[in-house]
Design a protein around this ligand. Sequence first.
Ligand code: GZL
Length: 342
Amino acid sequence: MARRAVLVLSAALLASSALTACSTQGPAAGPAPGQASGAKKGAGGRITMGFAQVGAESGWRTANTKSVQEAAKKAGIELKFSDAQQKQENQIKAIRTFIQQKVDVIAFSPVVESGWDTVLKEAKDAGIPVILTDRAVDTKDTSLYKTFLGSDFVKEGKAAGEWLTAAYANEQGPVNIVELQGTTGSAPANDRKAGFAEAIRADGRFRIVASQSGEFTRAKGKTRAKGKEVMQAFLKSQKDINVLYAHNDDMALGAIQAIEESGKKPGTDIKVISVDGIKDAFVAMTEGKINVVVECNPLLGDQLMELAKKVVAGESVPARVETQEGVFPQDKAAAALPSRKY
Ligand code: GZL
């Protein structure tokens, strides 16, 4: 009982000191570095979140942005949103702006894994808690963020590799694989590559004969046509391709265009393995053009807002909140398509 009384008292003290800090003029004294503000700034105690999004590079990202924006509205959280167009310097600028604006919490999906310690330390020193969502950072100082919400990309890569080894259980090798990697230096690209390589390593039949970044993009109008463009290059440089492993659906769908334009049948002449699970990929599976999709769930908004409320209130949260995902082989696509949410 005594312990609880102490906790309640200290929380009240923390809140009142934070409130005092917020109401003082000049640079807010703010709570001790690394401590959540505890107080809710803005009209009527509304939490303000600064969200630095990667960009708008893929169907997955569009769904992720929509999920975050809708969830903020539902949760009554004021959202300051920035789109970094896949550039780390833009995300760093956005985080610095959020710090100047004294938001209550910062959430972001780091476009690449490294180079975040300085700006995250600035947020910590300003007493603003940070939540990593979707992608991770490779910092040694885990006190720089409160929690990570997202997928296990190594697991996704492994699932892709395990599907392939099972698909070739009764066939001879060699099996030549080309790999369309995601954004260079990003956690999903690094980990999906590592997980896939680990899953096929023991089976000598599989060889990755070419691997290059398609930057997670398809081939649409203004968007850089990387998935299609890189696959065209693979088709020119590799005389015998059996499998395409694409780190996301947008690149797979762009590559399918290149495969068809080369006169080959995607899904038959060249097996296609993809990751994300956007609706267009499910349609492509029903058309026999993609053989399997490893799901990566972008609908993180509601969980993010719940975590944000806890973090701002100074409550403890798990260090890592992993999303649950499935693997959809082609024969399951038609039944699953009507209930797909992104
Ligand atoms: C994965 C996410 C990746 C998606 C891509 O969580 O970061 O970025 O797989 C997106 O579609 O561009």
